[in-house]
Every structure is written in structure tokens, then in C-alpha cells.
Design a protein around this ligand. Structure first.
Ligand code: NAD
Length: 264
């Protein structure tokens, strides 16, 4: 690589396996010389995350359940034992009851609404505040969102409402942290087959629809999200904050696709 992240240290949250969007981002950053730490949710995932971290030269792993405030505190205490400062953080975490990622949004329960907002929205603010306190040289903070925040997508339901709040959080955090030279952005990724995505009803149909109807006529990969994350997390993106950047083969600009026939 060109060494765009040489001397930069940062935390990746949300790596579950080699299909995770966090994995595409971790590889793009490590290729450019970044030093990475990883948080994983629960001991069961440690087994999967450890060998992946090793592949990108990291042995710095810490457990964190973002639903638990003391677990987030423990994570940042662990980081502070090894690093006196950090330069970036990637939040690639979302969760909702799978039973409510199908059917009607109108049927969302209060309990699942609050849980979804807690894990998928509040956790970003909770980790951004703690990470910012360690960004003495300025920094860059990134989260992952989806077009279901802006438009109604089938089955996305409460997760779409949560992503809308997450994108608003990006803007408010960008204003709060901007005076300290800290940038805050989101990548709105097109559909990618991951563990989290497999919980969404008719996900294969959504993938096919995006492939057929996006300007690039294909889906995006974890690697492509990784490359755009590199731009936002490195100095290449130094003038960009508060942004929701679409990495979706252009799907979000389409009102109605033209019929692909030569004589129309
Ligand atoms: P994934 O299943 O690989 O990653 C989701 C991660 O969230 C997992 O690592 C899981 O451990 C973590 N997580 C869930 N609850 C947690 C908790 N309480 N504490 C700590 N970690 C927790 O799936 P992914 O698709 O790579 O998801 C990453 C992000 O990308 C999510 O925010 C998702 O909404 C977003 N996104 C995904 C797509 C897609 O199509 N896959 C599209 C746009 C945005």
C-alpha cells in the first residue's frame, strides 16, 4: 500500500466473521499501515475474530457489549492501557429482533424499538464520546448506515427508523467534535450478504433488485466499502465531516430505471 494510515491507531467495532463489513474496512486500513484494535461481542465471537485480527497484524482484542455501559467503559480502559491516544474508530454495529425485520413496521414493540435504538444508535454516541477523549491529535469516526433511513425499504422497518436517528447523530457529533479536529461520517452501504443482513426478510430479493436497478448494475463488496472508509478515515477525507456517503452502486439516485432495451 501507499502508507496512508502509517502511524495511525484505531479501533474496529463489529467484526463477526470474514463476511462482515468491518472486515473489508480492517483490511483496507491495515493495507495502508494502520495499527488496529478490535472489539468483539461475547466470548463466542472471540474465536472467530482472533485469527482475522492476526491476519491484519493485530493481537489487540477486547470484549464489548455496547448494550452495557460498563462494558464500553471497560473497553476504553483496556485501550488506554496500551495506547495513550487514538486516531480513528469504526462502529459497524446494528441489531434488532429478527422477528420484526419482516412484516409491518407498525407492529414494532416498544421493547424492540428501545433495544434497536440502544444498540444501533446510542452506542455510536457512547463510543464516539470516549474515543474523542483519546484523539489528542484530532481524528476520524465512522459508522455504517443504510438507505432504509431515507426511504421505505421492504422489511427494514424499525432498523430504518434507527438508521435515520444514527445519521442525525453523525451530524450532531460532527458539530460537537469538529472544533477538536475530529471528523464524524457515515457510509451508507448497498446491500451485502453478511450475518446481520441474513436476518432481514427477503434479503436475496433486495440484493437482486439492487443489482438490476442500480446505475452500476451490480452490488457492492466489503472491499469497496473498505476503500471508501479508507478515504474518510485518512487525510484523503480531511475536509469531510457530518456526511452520509453512499457506497451503493448509485442506487440512491435512481427514481425510475430506464428499461434496458435498445429500441426504447
Ligand atoms: P455483521 O453481522 O457482520 O456485523 C454486525 C456486528 O454487530 C456483529 O459483529 C455483532 O457482533 C455486532 N453487534 C450486534 N449487537 C452488538 C452488541 N450489543 N454489542 C457489540 N456488538 C454488537 O453484519 P454487517 O452487515 O457487517 O453489519 C455492520 C454494520 O453495517 C451494521 O450497522 C449494519 O446495519 C450496517 N449495514 C449493513 C448492510 C448490509 O447489507 N450488510 C448495509 C448497510 C449497512
Amino acid at each position: 500500500g501507499m502508507g496512508l494510515m502509517k502511524g495511525r491507531r484505531g479501533l474496529i467495532m463489529g467484526l463477526a466473521n470474514d463476511k462482515s463489513i468491518a472486515w473489508g474496512i480492517a483490511r483496507a486500513l491495515a493495507d495502508q499501515g494502520a495499527e488496529l484494535a478490535f472489539s468483539y461481542q461475547g466470548e463466542a465471537l472471540k474465536r472467530r475474530v482472533e485469527p482475522l485480527a492476526a491476519q491484519v497484524g493485530s493481537d489487540f482484542l477486547a470484549e464489548c457489549d455496547v448494550a452495557d455501559e460498563s462494558s464500553i467503559d471497560a473497553l476504553f480502559q483496556t485501550i488506554a492501557t496500551r495506547w495513550d491516544s487514538m486516531d480513528f474508530i469504526v462502529h459497524a454495529i446494528g441489531f434488532s429482533d429478527k422477528e420484526q425485520l419482516r412484516g409491518r413496521y407498525a407492529d414494532t414493540t416498544r421493547e424492540n424499538f428501545l433495544m434497536t435504538m440502544d444498540i444501533s444508535v446510542y452506542s455510536f454516541t457512547a463510543v464516539a464520546r470516549r474515543a474523542a477523549a483519546m484523539m489528542s491529535r484530532g481524528g476520524s469516526i465512522l459508522t455504517l448506515t443504510y438507505y432504509g433511513a431515507e426511504r421505505v425499504m421492504p422489511h427494514y422497518n424499525v432498523m430504518g427508523v434507527a438508521k435515520a436517528a444514527l445519521e442525525a447523530s453523525v451530524r450532531y457529533l460532527a458539530e460537537d467534535l469538529g472544533k477538536d479536529g475530529i471528523r464524524v461520517n457515515a457510509i451508507s452501504a448497498g446491500p451485502i450478504k453478511t450475518l446481520a443482513a441474513s436476518g432481514i426478510g427477503d434479503f436475496r430479493y433486495i440484493l437482486k433488485w439492487n443489482e438490476l436497478n442500480s446505475p452500476l448494475r451490480r452490488n457492492v463488496s466489503q472491499e469497496e466499502v473498505g476503500k471508501s472508509a479508507l478515504y474518510l478515515l485518512s487525510d484523503l477525507g480531511s475536509g469531510v465531516t457530518g456526511e452520509t456517503h453512499h457506497v451503493d452502486s448509485g442506487y440512491h439516485i435512481v427514481g425510475m430505471k430506464a428499461v434496458d432495451a435498445p429500441d426504447i
